[in-house]
Design a protein around this ligand. Sequence first.
Ligand code: ADP
Length: 398
Amino acid sequence: MNILVINAGSSSIKYQLIDMDTELPLASGLVERIGLEEGVVKYKTFVNGEKKELKETFPIPNHTVGLKRVAELLTDEKVGVISDPSEIQAVGHRLVHGGEAFTKTVEITEAVKAKVKELFPLAPLHNPANLIGVEVAETVFPNAKQVGVFDTAFHQTIPEKAFRYAIPVEFYKEMGIRKYGFHGTSHKFVSEQAAEYLGKEDAKIITIHLGNGASMAAVNGGVCVDTTMGMGPLCGLIMGTRSGDIDPAIIFFLAEQKGYSVNEISSLLNKESGMKGLTGQTDMRDVEKLLDEGDENAILACDMYAYRIKQFIGSYAAVMNGVDALVFTAGIGENKTSIRKLVCQDMGYLGIEWDEEKDKNRTDGVHEINTDNAKTKVLIIPTNEELEIARQTLEVVK
Ligand code: ADP
């Protein structure tokens, strides 16, 4: 079976076609700059170990034009990997916010679409774009089943004492103000692999997803019991451009002292803060260059970045009454040694002992980086959200 995985944003569509017999991608790519003067379609194939890559630039006024071009490329005589769009049996959509309505992956029906629409206020940037992706896929791949995989679903097991905020009850009851959490697909994917690696179904695992967005989850016996993001993705860890946790009083102070509007404060905390605010650089590779030059802001920023992670490790070890493994994943988690080192430093009390040699000698898949005698495993596990979406889609349609 071939499953197309789609992650639609307001001006982009990420896609990957996966052959579920091998679980390998047949093709992947990105449509970007939708609605702007010049759109871009990027396309890569991997058939028979042979890699082909192309990039096209032309006006892409809307998502339909973009996805239709992807369908043409997938079935193209020269670069295509299937002969007809009907060879795609299912489309798995990344849907960001499922609120309390969706605790698992579902086939997308009219009722599901209506519910996703109802949740627009909770994810105004993501859900509308995700829904456009669904509607366009329905027209471009009419024979395929459409399936929705929610970022929030894995976190729906978090107990009420952890997901509620201490504000008047009606704001939860009437408006759904509570912690939801995100990156659920990734936390699920890597925590399951970690449990399998440990050979322990009831393992207590702390997953640390460090990409441009970053979050952690406490997973006890396969069940998520807490996570660092909240009603939206702004809180918890320090990220590329997001502040993570700050004292909410700062918001009022900025409004009062600077006369900032809600939009200005939102933009400051979401787009100008985090590593960008502290160092001027969003991408960790650029922060790394500053570190090499001995830049003091960059040194402090990395210390702060790791300190915040450490705080949550302590917190999650406490709420789970122990920890069997830490899992580092996503762009920074998988690649940045110095952050893993800083996080694991002076954590002997929790049985966490980082091994520099093991960290240096990376292998594919689950890779252990703790000392031989450490009580707690420290693992690097590459995340693969597309594959996890495809697997869950397969479960629903088979
Ligand atoms: P997202 O999916 O959230 O956009 P990724 O998981 O791709 O993000 O992670 C992006 C981050 O990972 C960027 O900050 C990038 O600098 C960092 N990153 C990727 N590769 C490396 C590397 N080799 N060394 C250090 N940082 C890296």
